[in-house]
Design a protein around this ligand. Structure first.
Ligand code: 7TS
Length: 409
């Protein structure tokens, strides 16, 4: 599919915002949805809608097939060994919270360590803080290099034989760096720890093979990868999931319920209490079909080119501070920046008047903001539907922003 064919798949892009054609550069927050996904969800509600795993009636069977069919698509997408290892959740946040509240709460004791990094998203910090408080374990941070990358020497120096859990994002939603999670998993395993990967910013953009990475858990969100909001995935190795207790209890997840005791269904359903997110899963399955049709390698290459182009164009604007490595080879498709002393919210507001959507704020990474010594930044993030023209418009908008604020002061 060429870029124009891809863009045609995203009806939302074909509109004006504030009198200008929309330039959507906020896909790291959430991606837009292709027709295939919109139509799959529409068709599900028009023709299939029923609850799953219960009645024997025909629609119930169709809904169950659609829901479980989506699970198989996801299994294949991340190369998990079995669909028993693929649990549907609300998204990355719920997936990481599940590992913390179930695996970590049961396996950590005083003196044990959880290791994360300074660049993590809040959803890969706070669940570990909470479980550290409950268990007496200690939370430790792998430091960052000056350019915001991780060094394996620092990883080795931080992980010890007391480390039980290492949890690291594969791609940073602020710095755009790609972390060597496969190598970190190996170091974690050498010390007897398990490896959790936050794949929120990687699963939408690059091929992930959980067997090759040898991660123990992987968390990601459907809405950042062309799927609907409200659906995500927790992958876990079967032997770990089998020994974990569910964190939610109720319908769907039980085998027998006695008056004072109950037993659980087998994997993956013991972790899916209540009526699941059926339409969301069907939509995510359609998103995966779409991403496979375009090809993850093509998507990664396209974004990589865009990031290199944007880095060059943006760095040429005087007064621009770009965070993270300036080496395009080390980056994924997003660029976080500040311009002169203009507050990033003002940058985003001026750009919005031009129809350009970027995010401004702390990006749910306050420890990283403190490390960068800024309170907030602006961020442009790219996906398969963005073009060099989008970046040219962004750069024009940034030059305008600078001029506008130099008039004010
Ligand atoms: N981990 C990373 C690396 C993220 O970028 C995000 C969301 C999450 C976890 C949480 O995902 P959720 O789907 O459960 O909310 N990141 C962003 C962002 O950068 N801007 O808006 C949301």
């Amino acid at each position: 599919m060429n870029i124009q064919d891809i863009r045609k798949q995203f009806p939302i892009l074909d509109q004006e915002v504030n009198g200008n054609p929309l330039v959507y550069l906020d896909s790291s927050a959430t991606s837009q949805k292709p027709l295939q996904v919109i139509e799959a969800v529409d068709k599900y509600y028009r023709e299939i809608n029923s609850n799953v795993h219960r009645g024997v009636h025909t629609l119930g069977t169709r809904a169950t097939d659609a829901y479980e069919g989506a699970r198989e698509k996801i299994r294949k997408f991340i190369n998990a060994k079995s669909t028993q290892e693929v649990i549907f959740t609300r998204g990355t946040t719920t997936s990481i919270n599940t590992v913390a509240a179930s695996y970590a709460a049961a396996n950590l004791k005083e003196g044990d360590e959880i290791v994360i990094t300074y660049m993590e998203h809040h959803s890969n910090i706070i669940p570990w803080q909470q479980v550290a408080k409950r268990t007496g374990a200690q939370l430790k941070y792998i430091p960052l290099q000056e350019d915001g990358t991780l060094s394996l020497d620092d990883v080795r120096a931080t992980i010890t034989t007391n480390t039980k859990i290492v949890s690291v994002m594969q791609v940073s939603n602020v710095l755009g760096v790609i972390n060597p999670v496969k190598e970190i998993a190996q170091i974690a395993h050498e010390h007897g720890a398990i490896m959790v990967v936050d794949g929120a910013q990687s699963a939408p953009h690059m091929k992930i093979d959980v067997q090759d990475l040898d991660c123990d858990f992987l968390a990601f969100s459907g809405h950042k990868m062309c799927g609907p909001t409200g659906i995500g995935v927790l992958y876990g190795k079967k032997h770990l999931l089998e020994n974990m207790e569910p964190i939610e209890f109720g319908g769907e997840m039980i085998d027998f319920v006695h008056l004072y005791e109950s037993t659980w269904k087998e994997l993956p359903w013991k972790f899916e209490a209540g009526t699941p997110i059926i339409a969301g899963a069907v939509g995510l399955g359609a998103a995966i079909d779409f991403l496979n049709e375009v090809g993850l390698d093509n998507i990664a290459e396209h974004e990589h080119k865009l990031a290199a182009y944007a880095l060059e164009k943006m760095a040429a604007v005087e007064g621009m501070a770009i965070y993270g490595s300036l080496d395009a080879a080390k980056r994924a498709g997003l660029i976080t920046f500040n311009i002169n002393d203009v507050h990033p919210h003002d940058v985003a507001t001026v750009l919005d008047a031009e129809g350009i959507a970027v995010r401004a704020g702390h990006h749910c990474a306050q420890p990283l903001m403190r490390w960068l010594k800024v309170s907030a930044t602006a961020r442009a993030s790219f996906y398969l539907y963005n073009t060099e023209e989008d970046i040219d418009k962004l750069v024009e908008g940034l030059v305008k922003t600078k001029e506008y604020f130099s008039d004010v002061f």
